[in-house]
Design a protein. Structure first.
Length: 147
C-alpha cells in the first residue's frame, strides 16, 4: 500500500508544477477543464472505500467524530482521506486557474502562483486567499461553457 501511496502522490506533482510554473498557459487551462489527472487517484479511492462502503455510508449520513477518527486511523482510511485531500485540492486549484485565465481583471501571476502553492499545501487557506486576492470579472457564460 505504501508504494501505491507514493505512486498517487507522484502522479499529482506534474499537474501542480504546470499550474504553479505557468498558470496562464494553454496546458494549465486545459488541465483545469479536464478530469484526466484525477482518474488514477479516484480509481484508487474507489478501490479503497468500495468494500467498506455499506458500513461507511451510515457513518457519513450521521457523522460523529469517534467513528470518523476510527476510520481514518488505519492505513486504508488514512490513504482514502489523503486521496480525498489531493482530489479536492486539485479541484480548487483547477477552479483558481480557470478563474485566473477567464477574467478581464488579470491578477499578478506571482500572486496566483503563491495562491496555488498555498492551495497545494493547505487547501482551504489557498481557497480563501483566491477569493480575497484574485479579482474576477467573468467574460460571460459562453466562456464558462466552452470545453
Amino acid at each position: 500500500m505504501e508504494l501505491l501511496f507514493e505512486v498517487v502522490n507522484i502522479w499529482m506533482i506534474p499537474w501542480w508544477v504546470i499550474w504553479i510554473w505557468s498558470p496562464n498557459s494553454a496546458i494549465a487551462g486545459w488541465l483545469a477543464r479536464k478530469p484526466i489527472p484525477l482518474l488514477l487517484p479516484v480509481l484508487v479511492y474507489v478501490v479503497l472505500i468500495g468494500p467498506g462502503l455499506p458500513q461507511l455510508l451510515p457513518e457519513l449520513a450521521n457523522p460523529k467524530l469517534g467513528p470518523i477518527t476510527e476510520f481514518l486511523s488505519n492505513p486504508t482510511g488514512a490513504f482514502a482521506g489523503w486521496i480525498h485531500f489531493l482530489v479536492m485540492d486539485y479541484l480548487v486549484g483547477a477552479w483558481i486557474v480557470f478563474r485566473y485565465q477567464n477574467s478581464f481583471a488579470k491578477a499578478n501571476s506571482w500572486m496566483v502562483r503563491a495562491i496555488l502553492f498555498a492551495t497545494l499545501m493547505f487547501g482551504p487557506i489557498g481557497a480563501v486567499l483566491s477569493f480575497w486576492f484574485l479579482p474576477v470579472k467573468p467574460l460571460g457564460n459562453d466562456k464558462l461553457l466552452a470545453g
